[in-house]
Ligand binder design. Structure first.
Ligand code: AP5
Ligand code: MG
Length: 217
């Protein structure tokens, strides 16, 4: 088993790297952001509850994401084709980290490594303003350096790409502040408990993938 947490600010490349690590290590990619956006797109009761919170770049409640995580981790255990999970965008508060510890204690699982992607604020704003995302297969593009082959269309599944509602300049700034205030302190919680690898996420996508693969092998 290999259970990883991909950690880092909005736009640091978690989704981009997760797509690759999922395939190279046969992991289940669990992104609470993707799960919540699916609920919003399907207009479920949960989706209606979280839509405006997400559009403002605030965090949804710990209870909501914990329920999603509980289900996704249980599904990974039941799936023999997966060798573990890769958490992206969770945990995001110290409370979520403590709840995850409790959950894993019960199922006798552990976090093997935490990978932190470090990218500076200016680069993040540039990346997110030019991001396009596939609502179906979750592939991530960038108009500046990773455009899709056909304008506005996902290379992998052919679906029309979207510009996320929370990728507006004011919202990006708020998401970065929320990360610093509520999410970054999680690393102190894990210090001395789980190995933490800091990776320079400002390099090319391939270089970052290589650095992560070297760190966890
Ligand atoms: P979430 O979906 O988790 O968003 P996020 O953390 O803000 O991160 P992003 O998805 O924006 O960035 P990323 O790191 O995945 O970067 P990407 O690979 O796309 O959360 C969204 C919202 O949901 C939250 O604000 C909150 O409301 C809610 N939520 C989710 N989880 C929650 C939780 N646990 N608790 C409470 N609320 C929760 O890359 C970004 C761009 O950069 C792309 O265009 C990409 O092509 C480009 N790029 C990537 N790597 C490189 C590179 N090396 N060089 C150049 N460009 C690159
Ligand atoms: Mg993402």
């Amino acid at each position: 088993m290999m259970n990883l947490i991909l950690f880092g600010p909005p736009g640091s490349g978690k989704g981009t790297q997760a797509e690759r690590l999922r395939d190279s290590f046969s992991l289940r990619h669990i992104s609470t952001g993707d799960l919540l956006r699916d609920a919003v797109a399907r207009k479920t009761p949960l989706g209606k509850k979280v839509e405006s919170i997400m559009a403002a770049g605030e965090l949804v409640s710990d209870e909501i994401v914990l329920e999603l995580i509980r289900e996704a981790i249980a599904a990974t255990k039941a799936d023999r084709s997966r060798k573990g999970w890769l958490l992206d965008g969770f945990p995001r508060t110290v409370g979520q980290a403590q709840s995850l510890d409790g959950l894993l204690g019960k199922t006798n699982e552990a976090i093997d490594e935490i990978i932190v992607l470090e990218v500076d604020r200016d680069a993040i704003i540039r990346r997110l303003s030019n991001r396009r995302s596939c609502p179906q297969c979750k592939a991530v593009y960038n108009l500046l350096n990773m455009p899709p082959v056909r304008e506005g269309i996902c290379n992998k599944c052919g679906k029309e790409l979207i510009h996320r509602k929370d990728d507006r300049p004011e919202t990006i700034a708020n998401r970065l502040d929320v990360y610093e205030a509520q999410t970054a302190p999680i690393l102190e919680h894990y210090e001395d408990k789980v190995p933490i690898h800091r990776v320079d996420g400002g390099r090319t996508v391939d270089e970052v993938t290589r650095a992560i693969e070297n760190a966890v092998r």
